[in-house]
Design a protein around this ligand. Structure first.
Ligand code: SME
Length: 151
């Protein structure tokens, strides 16, 4: 499925008036992971700005021990500080990286802004090297902007 085809499906989920925000986030994880073959782990982390930690939210994919990540640590922690997208074509080339599984070869993290504040992020791991391009970034920015409307 193309990103353009996926966009209305994302909006369908976010505008569902029956299910909770948590359920919407999980459904978005499922939609993305089911629709894009190189999206092998899809999840959300949310920031606690007082403790400067990220906390795992809804996700699909392999179980992870990394339920709490300090700001600055790993790809996710760096995005909590930089407020910028982080595309990692090859995780083996990263020094500040938290490995979840040896099957993960690449990663993309896109911050989630609500009223200009970085409240969390969508994190996607892939089992292939260098699968992500600017279309992924624009699409995931769209996904997060739709989610931001729920806050
Ligand atoms: N690899 C991430 C940790 C989270 S897992 O991908 C689920 C990182 O370096 O921040």
């Amino acid at each position: 499925m193309t990103f353009e085809e996926l966009k209305p499906k994302v909006t369908e989920i976010t505008s569902n008036s029956v299910i909770s925000r948590e359920e919407k986030l999980l459904k978005i994880c499922e939609l993305l992971s089911d629709s894009i073959d190189y999206y092998n782990w899809v999840g959300f982390y949310f920031a606690n700005h007082e403790t400067k930690t990220l906390h795992l939210g809804p996700y699909v994919g392999a179980l992870t021990d990394h339920t709490v990540i300090p700001f600055g640590k790993g790809i996710c922690g760096q995005v909590a500080v930089s407020n910028s997208n982080f595309v990692v074509p090859d995780v083996a080339a990263q020094d500040n990286y938290i490995a979840c599984s040896f099957t993960v070869k690449s990663e993309i993290v896109v911050p989630l802004f609500v009223n200009g504040e970085n409240i969390g992020q969508i994190d996607i791991d892939s089992h292939v090297i260098n699968p992500f391009n600017e279309d992924d970034e624009r699409f995931l920015e769209f996904v997060n902007s739709e989610i931001a409307k729920l806050y």
